[in-house]
Design a protein around this ligand. Structure first.
Ligand SMILES: *Cc1c(COP(=O)(O)O)cnc(C)c1O
Length: 400
């Protein structure tokens, strides 16, 4: 089948809930992917940061293969010999005590909402069904009905109500609003250290530290969704590590936790907080399965052993600095941390999508986010020559 035939199949048989670039990929290795015509592209989306370790990292594929030949699924009705090992490694890396494994990111977000509410009823004596969670405008935490219910993005919500109550929206980066929004019924504040889907929005320096302080003062759980920013993406293992005393009460992880081969997510926290769960309170058929756990163990090992956060920091700094040197009348602002970079296109130059289409033709895959922003988030093990490739193509497209 050729490209047009594949696109037709998808048009006919797939719900149109995405608007992908018109290429059909068939192979990936490291930072590079190939389409069915043999064209090669540098993957600067990395599946929204799920591919921090690159495509088909040999060690992760080996873990997947080895485990798949032994056992793939037990359900949590029985123990398996991988999950405990995985969660120990994860907790030690996060300097936390306990974790609850799930599959996709939004399931971990749902889990953290349930955790915070139950904690609020048990430990803060919030009256029944009155728990509130504070979230931010332009948040992205996934696509279930509860989660889109507290989105500020009209398209994420339109036609999907009614929505669950119990959420309060405040402006991202605004500490005064946070303080004002807190009541005796507030269980938690849920926030992204950088708003990725909103267009790589970086809050003022010190925001997380202060937000945590406000939360502690008011006995409110401070929850960071690091599904996208975590595991080395921003040049630290976790983005909150850029600030002093910003460690969250609960950390939400996903995406790269599965090394780009398998959906693995988790909520990581303390014994006191995750201790609110009793058998039967919550669960997932596939959560914590041995295949996911084996992949998770190796995905974390690869991040640490290959110093991917460090490489992300170093290459990200060079990339950001050089991108800012590109002379272009199209660029409003270039911003980022580590290898999470956004190039915002001026409104007068039109949306970012046509720039991404041009980049694709030059062999660089990047997806626009929030209309005006070209997102650059390549795998974290890219080297200097890939940085040069990105700069060359960005220069070609932006300086026109
Ligand atoms: C991707 C993402 C999610 C949702 O993860 P899924 O695996 O797509 O459900 C939640 N929060 C953030 C910050 C994300 O980037």
């Amino acid at each position: 089948m050729n490209t047009q035939e594949h696109l037709k199949l998808v048009e006919q048989y797939s719900a149109a809930n995405y608007h992908p670039l018109p290429i059909v990929l068939t192979r990936g290795e490291g930072a590079w992917v190939w389409d069915i015509d043999g064209n090669k592209y540098l993957d600067c989306l990395s599946s929204y940061s799920a591919l921090n370790q690159g495509h088909r990292h040999p060690k992760i594929i080996e873990a997947l293969r080895t485990q798949s030949e032994k056992m793939t699924l037990t359900s949590r009705a029985f123990h398996n010999d991988q999950m405990g090992v995985f969660l120990k490694k994860l907790c030690e890396l996060c300097e936390m005590e306990m974790a609850l494994p799930m599959n996709t990111g939004v399931e971990a977000v749902e889990t953290v909402i349930k955790t915070a509410r139950k904690w609020g009823y048990l430990h803060k004596k919030i009256p029944k069904d009155k728990a509130e969670i504070i979230v931010c405008n332009h948040n992205f935490h996934g696509r279930t009905t509860t989660v889109v219910g507290f989105s500020s993005e009209p398209q994420y919500r339109e036609g999907f109500g009614p929505f669950a109550p119990g959420f309060k929206l405040i402006d991202y980066g605004n500490l005064e609003q946070l303080e004002k929004a807190i009541t005796s019924n507030t269980a938690a504040f849920l926030v992204e250290p950088i708003q990725g889907e909103a267009g790589i929005l970086i809050p003022p320096q010190g925001y997380l530290t202060e937000a945590r302080k406000i939360c502690q003062k008011n006995k409110v759980l401070f929850i960071l969704d690091e599904i996208q920013t975590g595991l080395g993406r921003t040049g630290k293992l976790f983005c909150y590590q850029y600030e002093k005393n910003a460690k969250p009460d609960l950390l939400v992880l996903g995406k790269a936790l599965g090394g780009g081969v398998y959906p693995v997510s988790a909520v990581v926290s303390s014994k006191e907080i995750l201790g609110v769960f009793k058998p039967g309170d919550h669960g997932s058929t596939f959560g914590g399965n041995p295949l996911a756990s084996a992949v998770g163990i190796t995905s974390l090992d690869v991040l640490v052993d290959e110093k991917l956060p460090e490489n992300s920091f170093e290459t990200g700094e060079i990339l950001l600095e050089e991108l800012r040197k590109i002379k272009s009348h199209h660029v409003q602002e270039t911003r980022g941390k580590g290898l999470m970079i956004g190039v915002e296109i001026k409104i007068a130059s039109g949306p970012a999508r046509p720039f991404c289409d041009q980049l694709m033709k030059l062999g660089l895959l990047a997806k626009e986010t929030h209309g005006q922003v070209i997102r650059l988030s390549p795998p974290l093990n890219i080297q200097k020559k890939e940085i040069h490739f990105i700069l060359e193509k960005m220069n070609a497209v932006l300086s026109k």
